[in-house]
Design a protein around this ligand. Structure first.
Ligand code: UDP
Length: 234
């Protein structure tokens, strides 16, 4: 496996082509952004935590029948993944009200929802990732009905597995965002699962163990990223 030219640079990751058309190398950065890129900063060591944590999550999910993009960890920041065509949607699941959900619906943060919810947002920075419903997704040809059904079922199954996994390490999974991709005609899990993309609260104290510490200037940002990795690897 040989790393070739960079084909994409996002806010938190770079993606490289390889000598194998079916594989990319993802490289995780310490750069952090929030509020659609308005707030910028660095979280020292974040790239290492997110790379390792995402890979551990992908392997756990794969053991439970969820196909993911993960192939092989190369080093502490880089991983070989399947070269998927990303479906340009952010798929958000919520178990507990927080963030934009609390704001939009006037529900206090921390309110346990009576059932998990799913939301789709169009991945488009210029439009600030607007929410989009099933009919709008179909109308724009972003995904087919069959793909949407698969994505929805997979996403709720991922929620169930992640919730159980984090409960075992004393962490409440409040909400998270995933991205899915097309690979050999199948929909598979792509992108990361990390404190950048999930809200994690300590089960005992409700201490925030995720990127909200950066977004809201709560301090101890680096420490909670390390703490999450430590809980997962111990
Ligand atoms: N999220 C993300 N990327 C985004 C937007 C949201 O990873 O571009 C995650 C976020 O970390 C949280 C969940 O999705 O775990 C729900 O985020 P929310 O809609 O509340 O938005 P936010 O409060 O981050 O603006």
């Amino acid at each position: 496996m040989e790393k070739r030219e960079q084909i994409y640079e996002g806010k938190a990751k770079k993606v490289y082509a390889t000598d194998d058309k079916k594989c990319y190398v993802v490289s995780y950065k310490d750069d952090a952004t929030a509020f659609n890129g308005e707030k910028k900063g660095t979280i020292v060591g974040k790239g290492v935590v997110n790379n390792r944590m995402s890979n551990i999550m992908c392997q756990m999910l794969a053991n439970h029948g969820i196909e993911t993009h993960f192939i092989k960890e190369l080093n502490e920041r880089e991983t070989v993944v399947k070269a998927v065509e990303i479906v340009p949607l952010e798929v958000i699941v919520r178990n507990v009200a927080a963030g934009s959900f609390s704001k939009r619906f006037g529900v206090e943060e921390g309110t346990v929802l009576q059932n998990p919810t799913i939301e789709f947002c169009l991945k488009n920075d210029a439009l600030q990732d607007p929410m989009i419903n099933d009919y709008q997704i179909l109308a724009l040809g972003i995904a087919t009905r069959e793909e949407l059904d698969v994505m929805t079922e997979m996403t709720f199954k991922i929620n169930t597995l992640l919730k159980e996994y984090f409960a075992q390490i004393g962490v409440k999974l409040i909400d998270f965002k995933i991205e899915l991709g097309r690979y050999e005609g199948r929909i598979i899990l792509a992108d990361e699962i990390s404190p950048d993309t999930c809200r994690f609260w300590d089960a005992e104290t409700n201490k925030k163990l995720d990127k909200d510490r950066f977004r809201r200037d709560l301090g101890g940002v680096e420490e909670v990223y390390q703490e999450m990795l430590a809980r997962i690897t111990k």
